[in-house]
Ligand binder design. Structure first.
Ligand code: CAA
Length: 647
């Protein structure tokens, strides 16, 4: 590990510092106040400083420097303005790196060269309403149709949007396969159906731009697939490892700026007849700050050096990001404290640094996720056997569907009408009376029944189908979070989910909802869940009592008709219906049981933790597969003999 930077590093630091002092500092307050993206400054960062592609090869437009050089550039910009620092960080390590690391030569020539030269700006589209820390919860889809993928969905909190020209976007190409079903794409601003939400009004880093991406049937040419199908999650994770070095550097720079301001102020501010720096209480604060800065800098440069040398560095990057950002919050707090009341005033750099620092503990993986990454590097993956036959001490129990034990009766019928008739008959048998109803605007929390629409509804034009079905079912109307937040089809107080409204009533009819975990957590108290979705692999089907796999635009009107579109009598006060138990019949396949713990292998479910797809027969499991509950070896499993009442 390097304990001292080279002369070349320090020359670069000097160059970036002079630029930041001359070009950014004079307008930093104005950018902050106006929530203004510094387009001219960013152009000069490419054309004058040549820092927009620092760690990339000259052949692809880069400056051919090492990762420490990139960290120094982010640090020095952030020392003056944390917003400008993250523009460079997100552009280099999130928007450009995946193309450099996973792109074909053609993709690099077309996209990386202008990015690295600073002629274009890059961004990274991973985060979604239901996929923040749980990045594998991605719901945006990309469906291959001929020579194009059709991209639908949306991304939130995207740094550099809408100013960026090139976006690396993650979408599900193989539903139901979790992280293995996600792929990465290069998407260009300006393509039909690709639009932006509003630029957020943020607490800090206000000179950087952050906006939503909206994809509505965007045609992405097949050649813009980055890496292979299904590699997307790994690409995202590997990209974020490097991104975290950038955010750590941003935190370090902000803290350095705050520390220097406090040091200077403490030498100038006279109280009790001497500079406050001469008070031990202040001098010790400064000593603490300087020590934290030095430790953070070493962690960052050592992770950067490991990345540059091609060593594994995920854990070191996570440590650097966590430490530098946690310490940055302490340092900006102390710096403002040293400034006293003056530090609390708008226009003072420390006031801005105080606000700018907070985001560094949140984005590119919260510091809690950094602990997950560090711990899993130290301990290994909890709940996952690392190699064949491994008897790991940490075995997490598979808790099954999020909504609990459900009937999961997927209705098989020749026509949509027949499927709807079977569904209505079943619901009536379960005791639902569709001659009564509640107003569609009943608060979700109090509603006995809810019809909820998801992103499958597509647009406002089709929304009437939800309203008509809710009236026919005597139900209140709700929606998934994207339908409320992004599509704005239902008010925010009507979206159902863990972070929204919880449904506690009896009947929940989910139309065009795929079943993100956040949503499922919000409906787990429902007595009966009905799912209508054209994607048979959607998680909602594992969490429902009755499901119809089909086109919601066809099923919803048929269901409304079958439930009766006439006026409903006011429903009596709600009585909670008991959940009907799934019928436990002997399956028509051979059941293999673990002799150790009694676990039954179910081919319909596969073993998601062990990466075994649903539909895999026991015979076809790999020889080194082991029991997910107790790690018993496959060859020791025995065939179950079912009692007569389960046959
Ligand atoms: N490098 C390469 N592969 C990796 C990896 C890494 N660092 N981390 C995980 N993987 C691989 C795993 O090996 C695994 O592969 P196999 O299935 O073949 O074994 C696969 O990815 C899945 O890994 P996990 O089972 O560990 O995945 P998980 O679902 O449990 O998630 C997590 C792990 C660490 C919590 C991850 O979801 C994560 O990092 N979450 C935080 C997301 C994040 O940082 N978001 C920030 C958004 S971007 C942003 O903020 C930008 C901005 O504005 C500036």
């Amino acid at each position: 590990m390097l304990f001292k930077t080279t002369d070349e590093h320090e020359a670069l630091r000097k160059k970036v510092r002079e630029f930041a002092e001359a070009e950014v500092k004079p307008i930093a307050f104005q950018l902050d106040q106006g929530n203004e993206f510094p387009e001219e400054i960013v152009k000069k960062m490419g054309s004058e400083l040549n820092i927009m592609g620092l760690p990339y090869e000259e052949e692809y437009g880069g400056a051919g420097k090492d990762v420490i050089s990139y960290a120094i550039a982010v640090e020095e910009l952030s020392r003056v303005d944390g917003g400008v620092g993250v523009i460079l960080s997100a552009h280099t390590s999130l928007g450009s790196y995946p193309i450099e690391a996973f792109g074909t030569d053609e993709q690099k020539k077309k996209y990386l060269v202008p990015l690295a030269k600073g002629e274009k700006i890059g961004a990274f589209g991973l985060t979604e309403p239901e996929a923040g820390s749980d990045a594998g919860g991605t719901e945006t889809t990309a469906v291959l149709e001929g020579d194009h993928y059709i991209l639908n969905g949306g991304k939130i909190f995207i740094t550099n949007a809408p100013y960026a020209d090139t976006y690396v976007v993650f979408a599900v190409t193989h539903p139901g396969m979790g992280t293995k079903g996600i792929s990465a794409f290069i998407v260009e601003k300006g393509w039909d159906g690709f639009t932006f939400g509003d630029h957020y009004d943020k607490l800090g880093i206000r000179s950087s731009s952050t906006a939503e991406l909206i994809f509505n049937n965007v045609k992405v040419p097949k050649e813009n697939l980055l890496g292979k199908e299904g590699q997307g999650f790994r690409i995202a994770m590997q990209t974020l490892d490097g991104g975290r070095i950038g955010i750590a550097s941003q935190a370090l720079g902000i803290a350095q700026g705050a520390y220097e301001a406090a040091l200077q102020y403490s030498k100038e501010r006279i109280q009790f007849g001497k500079p406050i720096a001469a008070q031990q209480v202040i001098s010790f604060k400064l000593a603490e700050m300087a020590t934290k800065l030095r430790a953070a800098r070493f962690l960052i440069y050592s992770a950067a050096e490991m990345k540059h040398n091609g060593e594994r560095y995920s854990m070191e990057a996570a440590m650097a990001k966590k430490y530098a950002s946690d310490k940055a919050l302490e340092i900006v707090n102390d710096a403002l404290q040293i400034h006293g009341g003056n530090g609390f005033l708008k226009g003072m750099d420390v006031e801005r640094f105080y606000r700018d620092a907070k985001i560094t503990t949140i984005y590119e993986g919260t510091n809690e996720i950094m602990d997950v990454v560090i711990a899993s590097n130290i301990i290994g993956k909890l709940g996952k056997a690392e190699h064949a036959g491994a008897k790991t001490a940490f075995v997490a129990k598979n808790d099954g569907p999020i909504t609990g034990n459900r009937k999961r009766e997927i209705i098989k019928a020749d026509t949509a009408q027949e499927a709807v008739d079977i569904l209505v008959e079943n619901l009536k048998k379960d005791g639902y009376d569709f001659s009564v109803g509640i107003p569609v605007d009943t608060p979700i929390y109090d509603a006995e029944r809810v019809v909820s629409v998801g992103k499958g509804i597509q647009d406002a034009e089709h929304f009437h189908l939800g309203e008509e079905l809710a009236k026919a079912a005597g139900a209140a109307l709700g929606g998934s979070r994207p339908v409320a937040e992004t599509m704005k089809l239902v008010p925010l107080d009507r979206y159902v989910g863990m972070s929204g409204q919880k449904f506690n009533g009896n009947l929940y009819i989910a139309c065009g909802i795929s079943g993100a975990s956040q949503h499922l957590k919000g409906i787990k108290n429902a007595s009966t869940i009905v799912a209508i979705n054209k994607n048979a692999g959607a998680p909602i089907f594992k969490n429902c009592d009755y499901g119809i796999v089909g086109d919601m635009f066809e099923i919803m009107p048929l269901l409304a008709e079958a439930l009766g579109t006439g006026e409903k009598e006011p429903a009596p006060p709600m009585k909670k219906v008991r959940r009907s138990k799934p019928r436990k019949l002997a399956p028509n396949h051979k059941v293999m049981v673990c002799p150790g713990c009694g676990y039954e292998y179910d081919p319909d479910l596969g073993d998601p933790e062990g990466e075994i797809d649903p539909g895999t027969d026991f015979e076809n499991l790999p020889d080194d597969w082991t029991c997910p509950e107790c790690q018993e070896e496959k060859e020791n499993f025995i065939e179950a003999d079912f009692p007569e009442d389960r046959k």
